[in-house]
Write a protein that binds this ligand. Structure first.
Ligand SMILES: Nc1ncnc2c1ncn2[C@@H]1O[C@H](COP(=O)(O)OP(=O)(O)OP(=O)(O)O)[C@@H](O)[C@H]1O
Ligand SMILES: [Mg+2]
Length: 296
């Protein structure tokens, strides 16, 4: 795991002064230097467009004195690793909002083994600005693969930002930089919330979960969007609340010629699972309902 420990000049001067007041206690200061598996919080060095939308949640840690600590891999996915990070101000009281938080870092893989099978259909109708990048991505050169990874990270961050602004139930997007998206960690302590696929619920709970999934799909449809990879594996359930994840491929129903096919597939995936749990769900009916909602 590589973590940057270097600082730019402006932030390092703030940091040496902030956590310990006067830098007289040099031992304390040294103890708070990032160690193995740590880095200075990347928040201060991130430009405003790479930060999450306002209003920002009160748990967000924005102090230049904060340190990020790697707590380990939560899950290795097809395209990215999900890692748990603690962002905290050393020696500050942990129960005060803004002093300490656990974050999920989704890191698009830098190895050659990542599978960017999704690229082609989803990116139709999306513009890549620089022709050099378009050619490189299309050819699959190593530069092209690097461009694609960064694009997926920014696409996911943009989608989370847009959906947060719409009021949809998604993790709050904290920051994006290079191939890393930092977002709200959905879970208890260090344990991630289960995916819908792992949840065993009674009939009443299932109905409630289904309503939340449909509400999420409806909200997106009204904004002319579909998740594009919706399934019980990309929905978390946290204390009865459904939270949608894995959004880099979010689909614009107007500009993407495959948009309605992808929306239809989302409906099939959702209904298949609920039907197997013995909750009646007609994918065609749901699709019809959502199409009527689509805002152009
Ligand atoms: N914000 C989050 N909070 C808690 N857990 C998360 C969060 N985001 C993702 N996860 C966990 O990490 C897993 C992988 O995340 P995600 O689906 O976004 O990546 P992926 O590379 O597409 O993985 P997969 O190939 O499994 O679909 C999820 O199934 C979920 O268990
Ligand atoms: Mg996933």
């Amino acid at each position: 795991m590589t973590f940057l420990s270097s600082l730019d000049d402006t932030t390092s001067s703030t940091r040496s002064a902030t956590p310990f007041g006067a830098a007289s206690d040099s031992l304390a200061f040294q103890a708070a230097e990032p160690g193995e598996g740590q880095r200075w919080s990347t928040w201060p060095a991130t430009i405003p467009t790479e930060r999450g939308p306002e209003p920002r949640p009160d748990w967000l840690v924005t102090s230049a004195a904060a340190i990020d600590t790697e707590l380990g891999v939560v899950k290795t996915g097809k395209e990215a690793n999900l890692e748990l990070i603690e962002r905290a101000i050393p020696d500050a009281p942990v129960d005060v909002p803004g002093n300490r938080v656990l974050l999920a870092a989704k890191r698009y893989r830098t190895s050659e083994h990542s599978d960017f099978h999704r690229s082609a259909i989803y990116t139709e109708g999306r513009g890549l600005r620089r022709t050099r990048d378009v050619r490189a991505v299309a050819k699959g050169t190593s530069f092209g693969r690097a461009v694609a990874r960064v694009q997926w990270a920014y696409a996911e961050f943009d989608a989370l930002t847009r959906l947060t602004e719409l009021g949809a139930s998604v993790p709050y997007p904290v920051q994006v930089h290079d191939t890393e998206v930092l977002m709200e960690f959905i879970g208890d302590g260090r344990v991630a919330a289960p995916r819908l696929a792992q949840v065993r619920a009674d009939a009443a709970e299932l109905r409630e979960l289904f309503h939340q999934v449909v509400d999420f799909m409806r909200l997106l449809a009204r904004a002319g969007l579909a998740h594009g990879d919706l399934s019980p594996y990309n929905l978390l359930v946290h204390h009865g609340r459904v939270v949608a994840i894995d959004l880099p491929q979010i689909v614009d129903l107007v500009s993407n010629p495959q948009g309605f096919d992808l929306l239809h597939r989302d409906c099939m995936n959702v209904c298949d699972w609920f039907t197997r749990q013995r909750l009646e769900c007609d994918a065609e009916e749901l699709f019809g309902e959502l199409v009527v909602e689509v805002g152009f």
